[in-house]
Ligand binder design. Structure first.
Ligand code: SAH
Length: 345
């Protein structure tokens, strides 16, 4: 691969040290670079004033500091949330959303360019999967958003475009870097990964990333409905998914979050609420209701305020912990399910 530049952010701290030793550099130089990239969020090698000028020159010839180029930022007039559009070195588009809450900032990171899960109501899978994102491409979504905001980001949710558990190895490397105290320092307890229901991935999470929060996009209480909405259910049915959720809880002690997008006349009736409550009974979990956000192509509509409240109240009456999620960034199409790997807004 002579002549091709190395993407430094795709390397873990250990790999970076190896790369430096091949260049004949001391390990502490790699540690310095790591801090510049992730803790300081340096925009160029020139800023790295404690690295010798000669090393900086060699790095700029052989390596890329960024895996992504910012293309566009949209800022919500409603709530100040932002949507970032980036381009990868090979021309794929990547979106992230920076969400502003009273208690701090969170970044919603994409894990793939496109998605192959094919959920019937979601924009992200409309054109299929382009490719998995590398760990550095996930890290740069965080670093570039943080830099542009000029403020810290305390939480990461892997809920953007893509199915993170379909890209487990790179996800894990990203989480390792994000949590590094010498880097962004976002500990695993402040990271949540959301899945549409890849059971083997959930099992791996419990074993390999037990401190990371798990969110499951459930959206329906039974196989009949779930089969129709989320094709993944034909591989891992509702029962096996809920079993994996319970096993995750038992192994990690962390409360599982279930996301449930309310679709008018599809999954928002009293019978669904009752069945959902029954299937979740006795589990330490939390249900997040999200009135479906509009995606032109899908034909599904979000439930109204009255239906949403009725569904919430029905679950609460059965003892289920439940909240209605505030949809941030709706005016810039940064809300759940509206991100898509395509430009032209
Ligand atoms: N693939 C993972 C990560 C994406 S998270 C997963 O499915 O969990 C994005 C969340 O938004 C998921 O819960 C997804 O089901 C939900 N979603 C998709 N389309 C939506 C829409 N139009 N309105 C509201 N939520 C939607």
């Amino acid at each position: 691969m002579e002549g091709e530049k190395q993407y430094l952010k795709n390397m873990t701290r250990g790999e970076l040290a190896g790369f430096f030793s091949e260049m004949g550099e001391k390990p502490f130089r790699a540690a310095q670079l790591f801090r510049w990239m992730y803790a300081s969020g340096a925009a160029s090698f020139d800023e790295m004033t404690n690295l010798p000028a000669e090393l900086r020159r060699r790095l700029s010839e052989t390596a890329e500091l960024f895996t992504l180029t910012p293309r566009e930022t949209l800022i919500s007039r409603i709530d100040g949330s932002r949507k970032h559009l980036f381009e990868t070195g090979d021309g794929n588009l990547v979106e992230s959303a920076l969400l502003r809450y009273d208690y701090g900032n969170a970044i919603c990171v994409s894990s793939q360019a496109g998605c192959r899960m094919g959920c019937a109501f979601c924009a992200s899978g409309l054109s299929g999967l382009r490719r998995n994102l590398r760990s550095g491409e996930m890290a740069d979504q965080l670093l570039l958003a943080r830099r542009e905001l000029g403020a810290d980001v305390g939480r990461v949710v892997v809920m953007g475009v893509g199915e993170p558990l379909d890209n487990f190895d790179e996800l894990k490397r990203f989480i390792e870097t994000a949590g590094d105290a010498e880097g962004p320092g976002i500990g695993r307890r402040h990271i949540t990964v959301s899945t549409c229901g890849l059971v083997p991935g959930i099992e791996r999470m419990a074993e390999e990333l037990p401190q990371v929060g798990l969110a499951i996009s459930l959206h329906a209480p039974n196989d009949r409905l779930r089969d129709a909405l989320l094709p993944v259910n034909k591989r891992y049915n509702t029962e096996s998914l809920l079993k994996a959720a319970r096993a995750h809880l038992a192994r990690t002690g962390r409360r599982v979050t279930f996301e449930y997008a309310l679709m008018a006349g599809v999954n928002d009736g009293a019978a669904c609420a009752k069945e959902l409550a029954r299937r979740l009974s006795g589990m330490n979990c939390h249900v997040n209701l999200i009135p479906l956000n509009r995606v032109e192509e899908t034909g599904f509509g979000g439930s109204g305020g009255a239906e949403t409240e009725r569904f919430r109240a029905a679950l609460a009456a059965c003892g289920v912990r439940v909240t209605v999620r505030r949809g941030l960034g709706a005016d810039i199409r940064a809300a759940c399910g509206q991100l898509r790997a395509r430009a032209g807004y």
